[in-house]
Design a protein around this ligand. Structure first.
Ligand code: TXA
Ligand code: MG
Length: 345
């Protein structure tokens, strides 16, 4: 398949590019679009055929449902049964990095929801995504635009590496501002909000808007074998580079000493803090930002993992993040990238 790559930096002066991407989507094609979280592999969310094409392009099992992207929170009415809590969440966090799971209406085919009676709804804030969704006039089904199993793409280069030749268009909208996928919540009929995937809308932020918020046990990937995850995506190995990743848990000084000694023994890649770059050997260092800047760690995580992996090191080391605030989302992605391998120092 021919893939056209276009760059959109100015939505006001690039109407024809926006229309071109939109018309690919309305005609049953696939277009990768930038969002504020990660890039999404878009297709028409009302079309079975488009859903099948998305699964095929991504190499993804078709029981793992897709998120549908809408322009305005009110558009959810057309595709799902909303409720008061949905509108409370929408008022507080949309457009933005929150996905809400609701009972689906018939217009959304089971091919999109992986056979479930529910549908995941998200209203992204990225201006390029918004313009394309508005111009297309349809809901856009879009999983993260990576090949299944590899880290989500946070810039067009990642998408090109994974999906060039497998989609009709890749829209380059620059680097994603957040860098981790959206927070996913399920709203139950009794008003309980269950967090299925942590993201930039934090647990504390949800608690400010809803009285009852609970964390799904699948979130830390600690489900026992016969437990059923509420979010099917949580059962797959995710966010993982090919190389073994190990998270280090210990005092700063002890972890630094460990890394210095490991650098002498093997070709290890290190996702380090800016403060550590001077103290370590310069080769295979991938700084993720200042130690206390969690937003920067989030923004850089997936691209650092990809760049580290490309060097084919013996092992990738990274710091075990603190789980408060946005740290919970970072922890959730990193623990999966490391297949739960944490080394106490
Ligand atoms: O930030 C994001 O959410 C990005 C951008 C592109 O919007 N999208 C994204 O999509 O991360 P994806 O497909 O990679 O992850 C969606 C997750 C999967 O784990 C899937 O199982 C879950 O959402 N999901 C989708 N629909 C669901 C449903 N009806 N019930 C439970 N989980 C659902
Ligand atoms: Mg994904």
């Amino acid at each position: 398949m021919n893939t056209e790559v276009i760059k959109i930096t100015d939505i006001n002066n690039q109407k024809s590019e926006i229309l071109k991407a939109a018309s690919i989507l309305t005609n049953g094609g696939l277009a990768v679009i930038p969002t504020e979280t990660v890039y999404g592999l878009g297709g028409d969310a009302c079309s079975k055929e488009s859903a099948k094409k998305i699964y095929a392009a991504k190499g993804r099992p078709s029981d793992n449902p897709l998120i549908i992207h809408i322009f305005s929170p009110d558009d959810a009415e057309k595709y799902a049964y909303t409720n008061e809590i949905y509108y409370r969440l929408a008022k507080a966090f949309m457009p933005g990095p929150l996905t809400v799971i609701l009972k689906k209406k018939d217009i959304i085919p089971y091919e999109v929801t992986g056979g479930l009676d529910t549908v995941a709804i998200r209203c992204p804030s990225h201006p390029v995504a918004r313009e394309i969704i508005k111009a297309a006039g349809i809901p856009i089904a879009a999983p993260s635009a990576n090949l299944s199993g590899s880290p989500s793409p946070t810039c067009a280069e990642h998408v090109i590496n994974d999906l060039y030749g497998r989609v009709d268009m890749i829209v380059d909208g620059g680097e994603c501002e957040i860098g981790l996928e959206s927070t996913i919540v399920m709203v139950n009929e009794d008003g309980v909000v269950t967090m299925l995937r942590p993201g930039a809308v934090t647990y504390d932020a949800l608690c400010c808007v809803c009285e009852r918020v609970v964390l799904s046990p699948s979130m830390e990937g600690t489900l026992s074998e016969n437990e059923h995850p509420l979010s099917p995506g949580m059962k797959y190995r995710h966010y993982a580079p090919d190389c073994r990743v190990v998270l280090l848990d210990g005092d700063d000084k002890d972890v630094l000493d460990f890394l210095i000694s490991e650098q002498k023994k093997c070709r290890c890649a290190i996702l380090c803090y800016n403060e550590e770059t001077e103290l370590l050997d310069a080769s295979l260092l991938f700084p993720v930002g200042d130690k206390t800047d969690v937003a920067e760690h989030a923004r850089r995580l997936f691209s650092s993992l990809r760049r580290a992996d490309a060097e084919k090191p013996d092992i990738i080391y990274a710091h075990l993040p603190d789980r408060s605030g946005l740290g919970l989302a970072l922890y959730n992605r990193m623990i999966r990238a490391a297949s739960h391998e944490v080394k106490k120092i």
